[in-house]
Design a protein around this ligand. Sequence first.
Ligand code: SAM
Length: 311
Amino acid sequence: MAILEKLLTLGYSKPFAERYYQLWGERALRIAQAMEKPLPRCFRINTLKISVQNLVKRLNKKGFQFRRVPWAREGFCLTREPFSITSTPEYLTGLIYIQEASSMYPPVALDPKPGEIVADMAAAPGGKTSYLAQLMENKGVIYAFDVDEDRLKETRINLSRLGVLNVILFHSSSLYIDQLGIEFDKILLDAPCTGSGTIHKNPERKWNRTMDDIKFCQGLQMKLVEKALEVLKPGGILVYSTCSLEPEENEFVIQWVLENFDVELLPLKYGEPALTRPFGIELSDEIKKARRLYPDVHGTSGFFVAKIRKL
Ligand code: SAM
């Protein structure tokens, strides 16, 4: 019970403190404590404009030091930042993009190739879209959707600064993506979520979220996944990700997908296997193939990634 009290002292609402204790036991406190600390500043080298090797040399010369992000060849987290990296010409001319390490995982998992037809169903502010473009060497097309006009403005600025040329942006819900009449090779659904893995940046999420918020997001996530599977080619790949730690937005969505669609889950290498018995509810053993990143172990925001092939 001491754990519960400590979670309450950190600012978690009682229902969520109890919920997390039920889900993780004593680890709930380690996860919560890790999210009290700021995340390291990480960045992605924009290989549309410069090689990894050249950029590393340039930043090292200026006194910046960094460690690699294990799952992203172009990703690094700063261990020494003598002055703000955002004031360097490297940042200002789009040779790098500031991006959390966890956010680099879904584009790498999707592994888009030059020339493919790709959709990004929740794109703004364009962090993952621009990584997809980079992996595609600006060849092929990315149809990128978002509903939020302000975030789309930021997306346009980001894509332009990074020299991304193969993205068509839609100010629209991706629930209407079928109206394009396109079959996609690959789809990224970095779904809107409650964001409980981002408490480092959004501490109010400790006390202001409710189960209704989780249920609302889960409903939208299921509709978006269903739409994604409708417009994906047979054999095509869907990567589903969230920055939520809630099983209802992650494992339960994937369980529903496995039960209702002709798909298979593909294995992912990095992170911890997703939960197969959250809250004592038995899920398919397959779900282990999806992955979770945890603040206490991986030093990232809380994150979930699943890779699905349409059969
Ligand atoms: N993928 C983005 C990135 O890496 O920069 C972050 C996306 S954020 C997790 C989720 C986004 O989903 C928000 O920008 C939100 O505006 C958008 N969104 C919410 N409902 C949507 C819908 N029905 N269709 C498209 N986008 C939606």
